[in-house]
Design a protein around this ligand. Sequence first.
Ligand code: HEM
Length: 170
Amino acid sequence: MDVNLLQVLRLVHIVCGAFWLGCAVTLGFFVTPALLTGDVGSAQRLEHIMMRGKLGAILPVTVILAIASGLWLYRIDFPQMQIEFFTRRALDYTLGGFLAIIAFIVGISINLPTGSKIAVLANAIGPASPTAEQGAELARLSRKLLISSRAVAILTLGAGAFMALARFAR
Ligand code: HEM
């Protein structure tokens, strides 16, 4: 096995995985609960962080890099998938990878579209007061994003924990 390739894959995987985990925990446990109170101003501030602050573009790229390099490392580490080669270490990486992929699916199927809908609605309302209908929709979307971003934070924390435990698992 090419040691340089392994080093590059581990560098990309660990740096991007750490960035993803950090962002998921910060967004899920601190930013969305503090900002998404259901009013227009808070939705516009969140949109500012994600769009103008570019986190909405940087985070998906790092998530994809973390998953792609993780899958590549997994293929290198565990080329045999028969049950007799399935060690505790392999199980931990498998469970960690599985949780991370579920977090990715929740992120692209719920967080991304809900966040985009909040941004579109907040921009449509602008400095004016929202109608009763717009206010209700904003509160509903904010609650949804609050729950899904917390779920992603818990899933990525679980993935990170399994990755940390795997190396010396017997
Ligand atoms: C939240 C996402 C993730 C985080 C934070 C993360 C973190 C880490 C860390 C810190 C290590 C180094 C462990 C050590 O050397 O003791 C590692 C290794 C590894 N990860 Fe992940 N990981 C994530 C997602 C994934 C995914 C989706 C896969 C795909 C199955 C994966 C597969 C692996 C493998 C196979 C290794 C062992 C690499 C080696 O041979 O040294 N990881 N991960």
